[in-house]
Design a protein around this ligand. Sequence first.
Ligand SMILES: Cc1cc2nc3c(=O)[nH]c(=O)nc-3n(C[C@H](O)[C@H](O)[C@H](O)COP(=O)(O)OP(=O)(O)OC[C@H]3O[C@@H](n4cnc5c(N)ncnc54)[C@H](O)[C@@H]3O)c2cc1C
Length: 400
Amino acid sequence: MNFEYSDKVKDLQARVQAFMDEHVYPAEELFAEQVSQGDRWQPTEIVESLKAKAKEEGLWNLFLPESDRGAGLTNLEYAPLCEIMGRVHFAPEVFNCAAPDTGNMEVLERYASEELKERWLTRLLDGEIRSAFAMTEPAVASSDATNIESDIIRDGDEYVINGRKWWTSGAMDPRCEVLIFMGKTDKSAPIHKQQSMIVVPMNTPGIKIERYLPVFGYDHAPHGHAEVSFTNVRVPADHMLLGEGRGFEIAQGRLGPGRIHHCMRLIGVAERALEKMCLRTKSRVAFGKPVAEQTVTLERIAESRAMIEQARLLTLKAAYMMDTVGNKQARAEIAMIKVVAPNMACKVIDWAIQAHGGGGVTSDFGLAAAYAGARTLRLADGPDEVHRNQIGRLELKKYD
Ligand SMILES: Cc1cc2nc3c(=O)[nH]c(=O)nc-3n(C[C@H](O)[C@H](O)[C@H](O)COP(=O)(O)OP(=O)(O)OC[C@H]3O[C@@H](n4cnc5c(N)ncnc54)[C@H](O)[C@@H]3O)c2cc1C
């Protein structure tokens, strides 16, 4: 493995960094202001204008490996760029690299018909619309996807969908025009052949946003997470992806690339928290010396640096393996980084909060929001326990 970034990546790193410095960091306050004015569930002018600038500069769709529709970067090449974007929560959208669109675009790219691609993928890649992914259900333990029980039933030239989903991220955004829905097409089939994925236009009759779901009190507007009901929702049969009963196959493809993006971003989140911890503790004096020089703070700073470096290297290793031997062979590394990155980020942010004293839990430093975001990723990417079980089983298998 050689983790030296190529000249192409170094150039992109410098350009993304310069864009962040010039346009994104200075827009943080304005973004918060625009969200808080009027209807919170409307896109902001600032993000729309930054999107146009990033597109103009060619800093657009940097994800999407193995496709000529993206920037032609491998996962390993994309990782350091995604990390830089992760430092500001709305930045990934500015570069059209935000979840869940990235995962959905990958699914459409790999599994949709040309017609569906034309209708949805092109517009997603243009940043004109947004999308959602509806798998999790309030009624069942959804970390075990075999439990998902919504119906997708064939009726002539259409499928009829009934079910209730929650944690459908992005569904609150009026630009969210399409979602990928997971449900059962055949409850009598073998357990891993019961589920399918289908493309559902959001304006189809029978879809109702029941409520938004707050995360530790944050609404994550204008993106948001929603509980959504589907009552006799009819979509054309050709909206089925890959074929009936192939939902798990698609999920395995989707849970690879799209999902380690969160890990890449979390490295950036943790770097920023550490930066804030250092700056704050160097400038505050308690009991006769800067807080930074109290041994416990020094130790936490040192430990944070070591943890971030370890997580970055594991992220790069997982990305490298996805590029070279594929998602299946890389499954232990993918599972490991999904455990390591959010736990690392939570710990580093927690220390940064502590180092800021009372200020750390206000909205003044962005640390409380960063903690809430990082904490969700011990669940949103599949619970830690499920990944640990997989890592443990793969380890034990070596001794069969
Ligand atoms: C902010 C956020 C955004 C999300 N976005 C989306 C989205 O866009 N689309 C979508 O479909 N879903 C989304 N989710 C849902 C997320 O994927 C699920 O919450 C997750 O898969 C867990 O499912 P569950 O909530 O049903 O928990 P359950 O399955 O009920 O599990 C509860 C707990 O049981 C324990 N547990 C489960 N299995 C095991 C095991 N094998 N061993 C030991 N312990 C175990 C774990 O502690 C787990 O947290 C999001 C969640 C959050 C918080």
